[in-house]
Design a protein around this ligand. Structure first.
Ligand code: ADP
Length: 387
């Protein structure tokens, strides 16, 4: 006669630790369903983000623990997630949005919009409800990068005219680019920027969102201050390049976020090295090729298709890490220069959509996972959810 019952299952599940929250999944309240029917065990584990990078590990650990119990014949584990916002930050605007995250950079051209679209698409691919707001008044590139254009539709909600976000790749978007006529130069003054951001938060039918990423104008101007004043931000992501890492612009951006009490959730170092790929015709898997770039020689292995690939550091290594360490900011991504990024962006196909299995897309997905993880850790408070 086996002693297989709910308590026994919960006891073994108590050995499964969440590596970020440093507690087990039962204590954390993540086990929202636990049923035993004969030898069949059905469990639901409810995480704090669908983008959890250790979701699969937690699932297989839970299954392995349950299978150690005598009498278990079947294990059915469903992984779910509920994203929560910051506790104690009541919001007047954009109440249905759990987390608002500013994507910022010290200066233009470092890949801030590219990072914004790829992070947004990568989060949406995990099943999260994601919005992307383009407030980059100087270069509203999100429509092009997301393959969208035209004026957004208008609807009336409770007698108030509202804009409907345009959607592609699973992401709801709104952009200043949808509202400006092409080639129309816009001169923005502080109060206008403030009004625009306020309207984007209050007059757009975003619906329920887990994450709203806001592509900010480069620098530390009015837009950053307006956004931080209008809504409590979950935090910011700072995008830089290896050349810009040590510059005054980046330090200024970090200081500005500190001044407005916005935590920098992560640093992304973009254009960190150049991807070099090649094909050696007729080569066998496991053979090697010697490559010399900038006086440095490297030996690379050839894969089953005769290809080799590496990332060459053009601007030196370690600047991003040093910056992150100096200001105690987590480094969430290092992305090489890769022509497919630009080609994809220009064609409305972010690399995580066009080549989801490529090493570069994997890096973007990892960065999105780390960001979601960071947000989840910050917003965590125990959930009283066990049946
Ligand atoms: P920002 O928003 O900071 O002004 P963008 O995202 O518009 O920068 O990027 C500037 C240009 O650099 C774009 O043409 C973009 O496609 C390209 N780019 C960005 N990141 C990369 C990368 N990792 N590899 C290759 N090209 C990139």
């Amino acid at each position: 006669m086996s002693n297989l019952n709910k308590d026994a299952v919960l006891e073994v599940l108590g050995r499964v630790q969440d590596p970020d929250l440093h507690k087990d999944i039962v204590t954390l309240g993540f086990v929202t369903k636990c049923e035993v029917d004969g030898g069949k065990v059905t469990v639901v584990i409810n995480l704090t983000t669908p983008a959890c990078p250790v979701k699969e590990e937690l699932k297989s650990q839970a299954e392995a623990e349950i299978r150690t119990l005598p009498g278990v014949t079947d294990v059915d584990i469903e992984m779910t997630a509920v994203v929560r916002g910051q506790e104690g930050t009541p919001r007047v605007l954009a109440k249905s949005i759990q987390n608002i995250i500013a994507i910022s950079s010290g200066k233009g051209g470092v890949g801030k919009s590219t990072v914004s679209v790829n992070l947004a698409c990568a989060l949406a691919q995990t099943g999260a409800k994601v919005g992307l707001l383009d407030c980059d008044i100087y270069g509203p590139d999100i429509p092009m990068m997301m393959g969208l254009n035209g004026h957004p539709e208008q609807t009336e909600v409770d007698g108030k005219p509202m804009l409907t976000p345009k959607m592609n790749h699973g992401v709801k978007t709104m952009s200043v680019g949808y509202l400006l006529k092409e080639e129309q130069p816009a001169v923005w003054r502080g109060p206008m920027v403030h009004k625009l951001i306020e309207q984007f938060l209050s007059d757009v039918t975003w619906g329920e969102l887990d994450y709203l990423l806001v592509d900010m104008p480069p620098g530390t101007g009015d837009a950053q201050l307006s956004l931080a004043q209008l809504v409590p931000l979950t935090g910011a992501v700072l995008v830089t390049t290896p050349q810009a890492v040590a510059t005054f612009d980046v330090t200024k951006a970090i200081t500005m976020f500190k001044q407005v009490n916005t935590e920098i959730l992560g640093l992304v170092e973009n254009m960190a090295g150049q991807t070099i790929e090649g094909l050696v015709e007729g080569a066998q898997e496991g053979q090697s090729v010697r490559l010399c770039v900038g006086g440095q020689e490297e030996t690379l292995k050839i894969d089953s298709e005769g290809r080799f690939r590496t990332v060459v550091d053009l601007f030196g290594r370690g600047g991003g890490e040093r910056l992150a360490a100096r200001f105690d900011i987590p480094m969430i991504g290092q992305l090489p220069i890769d022509p497919s990024v630009r080609v994809g962006s220009d064609a409305g196909m972010p690399v995580v959509i066009s080549s989801p299995d490529s090493p570069l897309a994997q890096r973007f997905k990892q960065a999105a996972g780390k960001l979601a993880q960071r947000i989840a850790v910050r917003s965590f408070a125990s959930l009283p959810v066990l049946d």
